[in-house]
Each structure stands twice: as structure tokens, then as C-alpha cells.
Ligand binder design. Structure first.
Ligand code: ADP
Length: 372
């Protein structure tokens, strides 16, 4: 059992407030990912939870107990860093068992725990090797093994996959998701990579400039970003965000006219948006369709053919650039005219304050999760 509660947590370095009041609940056995651009404060927040950074303001509780002033070793957490920080002169088994040895755990019990961690992480064939004889992925597994043997209440991961190449990162993502299932443990994971966040998290916390922008399940954040920042950050290629003017508001939603002849009726609540309001229309690349009967005209400048899908970079008649995602067999040629239409159900409208208008209906998969 391990739950965490963050209440108005703050961190100042001299005259810089790096964390500006974060309130969040982490449920038992949840996989929570802190994601955001470099410098947004995600590592600082993780280190505050770990006890490696002093907390300037607010309360941090673990299993109902306030731990602001409890030392890192007493918090029952284990942290896995980007740099594996393995001892080069020790074998894999010695590295994994070292913390237990320091804690005075008897050899027999220690060996059993190391063997169990090696089994879970498929490190059994490498127990006698030194870190220098391992691949990057294997080293990261040893670093994780070092945490597992301590049976912590909560695992904290600080960009653990950043040093690995793309293929290995993909593989390790799956391994970590499996590990989470096997260990049934609470995990908090920091990354700047929204793909890692989307693929592993039960709950994503999007941070920006020391504040939480939105908390939600991956699909909730993807389909219902609260604001322009989250809309632009989550999803690759990113959402097309286009300046538009409201032409009509009725029971079907908000109709807008955008650049390059784009018109759309987004099924969203008006919430103070009226005719003539300047808004931002958001359409994900997969919701812009190549359609011979479409009313939006343009031509592709670049076609990125990725095999299973194609990304078309299209210039509209007024020179506005948009990205359209189509299937791998798409026949659109560069520099040839192309017609497009928009899937209106998936349009987003952001008001002048940058906040999203709420959709009139939601798919159950994208319902809000409890933020705190
Ligand atoms: P992220 O992990 O999202 O890249 P960090 O948590 O490392 O961001 O940093 C958040 C902000 O706090 C940044 O502006 C960074 O420069 C600042 N910061 C981090 N650590 C320190 C420190 N020890 N002293 C002063 N400023 C720091």
C-alpha cells in the first residue's frame, strides 16, 4: 500500500520559484508520469518527493504521514536515475545486493532477493558480469534491480531511458510496463518524451513552468486537452493550431472560419464564446482527411512516407501550413493539388484565454480521472 498526496508543494532556489504550488494525489499501485519540456520542474518535483530537495512550502504525505522533514532513506522510496550509477568494479549481483549488504541484511536473504530481482528482470545469465560487459539496456535493468531488492513502497524514475537508443527505449517501455504489473507497485516516472508518457502512464501530469497544466489518463489528455499548451505538447506530430473566427453558435456547437478556406463546426459548448470571437481551431493531423470532395484546397510540399502511414505537409491557398496524417498507401503527390476535409467531431476550440471549450459529448475512454 503506497499513496502520495502533494498539497500546494513549492520549491524556490534563491529568487527562482521552480515549483509553484503543485497539488496532486498518487493512488496505490498507480503509474504516474510527470511530463513537460526541459526546465518545467519535473525532476525537481521528483527529487522533492524522494527527499533529495528540501521542500520550501506545502505538504507531502506518504500513506497519510507528512514526510516533509523525513530523510530520503526513511521515506521507503527507491529512485532510478538516467545515469545508472553502477559500481564498475562490482558484478551485477554485487551491485544489486550492495544496499542490502550495507543495511546488514544476511547473505542468504540478500542472495534470495537478488535472485528474485534477476529473475523478474531477466538478468540471470549476467549476474557474474561487470557493468562494463553489459549493454545500456542491461545496465539500466541492473539499476532497476537495485531498487527492486529493497522492496520500496514507491519507485521513482528520473528519465531512465534517455541514454538508450530508440529501439531499446521502445523495448524498455514495454518491460517497465510489465514490471509495473508484476510488482504491483506505485511508480512515478519523469520524462520529457510524451510518447513514453502516453504509452506507460495510468495518469499523466503535464507540467509547464513549475505548474500543473493538466492531469488525466493518456487518452483524456490526447482527446481533451484543457488548454493550448497541453494540446500542442501531447501528440506527435502535433495538433494543427489555426487562428479562426466564430461564425455561429448553436445547439450543434461552435462554427468557425479559419485560414485557407477552412470551416468547421466543433461540437463544443460555447462558454462565453460568441459570434466574431477570435479563437484557435485545433485539429489533429489524423482528423484532417484527404478527400476529393473536400472544400479545403492546398498542395503537399513534403510527403513523409513512414510505411504504415504518411505525413503530408500541406500548404493551403493562403500559405498556411498544416500537417495531415493519412495511410501508408496514400497516393498524394508533392506539388499536386489536394483537397481536404475535417472530421468535425474531433475539432477543438480554444478561447482567447487559451482554454479549451468543453466537448458536448465524450467517449467513455476519455472521461476525466480524479486529479486530487
Ligand atoms: P526539468 O527536470 O523539467 O528539466 P528541473 O526540475 O531540473 O527541470 O528544473 C526546473 C527549474 O529549476 C529550471 O529553471 C532549473 O534551472 C531550476 N533549477 C533546478 N535545480 C536548481 C538548482 N540546484 N539551483 C538553482 N536552480 C535550479
Amino acid at each position: 500500500m503506497a499513496t502520495l498526496a502533494l498539497r500546494d508543494l513549492r520549491k524556490s532556489y534563491a529568487n527562482l520559484e521552480a515549483i509553484k504550488g503543485v497539488t496532486l494525489d498518487v493512488e496505490d499501485r498507480e503509474f504516474v508520469v510527470f511530463v513537460g519540456p526541459s526546465g518545467c520542474g519535473k525532476s525537481t518535483l521528483l527529487r522533492m518527493i524522494a527527499g533529495l530537495e528540501e521542500i520550501t512550502g506545502g505538504d507531502l504525505t506518504i500513506d497519510g504521514k507528512r514526510v516533509n522533514d523525513v530523510g530520503p532513506a526513511q521515506r521507503g522510496l527507491a529512485m532510478v536515475f538516467q545515469s545508472y550509477a553502477l559500481y564498475p568494479h562490482m558484478t551485477v549481483a554485487q551491485n544489486m545486493g550492495f544496499a542490502l549488504k550495507l543495511a546488514g541484511v544476511k547473505t542468504e536473504e540478500r542472495n534470495a532477493k537478488v535472485a528474485e530481482a534477476a529473475r523478474i528482470l531477466q538478468l540471470e545469465p549476467y549476474l557474474d558480469r561487470k557493468p562494463g560487459q553489459l549493454s545500456g539496456g542491461q545496465r539500466q535493468r541492473v539499476a532497476i534491480g537495485r531498487s527492486i531488492v529493497r522492496n520500496p513502497k514507491v519507485f521513482l524514475f528520473d528519465e531512465p531511458l534517455s541514454n538508450l537508443d530508440a529501439a531499446l527505449r521502445g523495448q524498455m517501455r514495454i518491460e517497465l510496463a510489465r514490471l509495473h504489473e508484476q510488482l504491483n507497485a506505485t511508480m512515478i516516472y519523469v520524462t520529457h518524451d510524451q510518447v513514453e508518457a502516453m504509452t506507460m502512464a495510468d495518469k499523466i501530469v503535464v507540467l509547464h513552468a513549475g505548474r500543473v497544466e493538466q492531469v488525466g489518463s493518456p487518452l483524456e489528455l490526447y482527446h481533451h486537452p484543457n488548454n493550448l499548451f497541453v494540446a500542442g505538447f501531447m501528440g506527435s506530430p502535433r495538433m494543427n493550431l489555426l487562428p479562426a473566427t466564430v461564425t455561429e453558435v448553436d445547439q450543434n456547437g461552435v462554427s468557425v472560419a479559419g485560414p485557407g478556406g477552412i470551416t468547421a463546426t466543433a461540437p463544443v459548448e460555447a462558454n462565453g464564446i460568441g459570434r466574431g470571437t477570435s479563437v484557435t481551431l485545433g485539429v489533429r493531423p489524423e482528423h484532417m482527411l484527404v478527400d476529393p470532395n473536400g472544400t479545403i484546397n492546398g498542395h503537399a510540399l513534403i510527403a513523409e512516407r513512414l510505411g504504415g502511414l504518411t505525413l503530408l505537409h500541406i500548404e493551403l491557398q493562403d500559405k498556411t501550413m498544416i500537417v495531415v496524417q493519412t495511410d501508408g498507401a496514400d497516393a498524394t503527390r508533392v506539388h499536386q493539388p489536394v483537397r481536404l476535409s475535417i472530421a468535425p467531431a474531433h475539432c477543438h476550440i480554444f478561447g482567447p484565454d487559451g482554454l479549451a471549450a468543453e466537448h458536448l459529448q465524450r467517449n467513455p475512454l476519455t472521461m476525466p480521472v480524479r486529479a486530487h
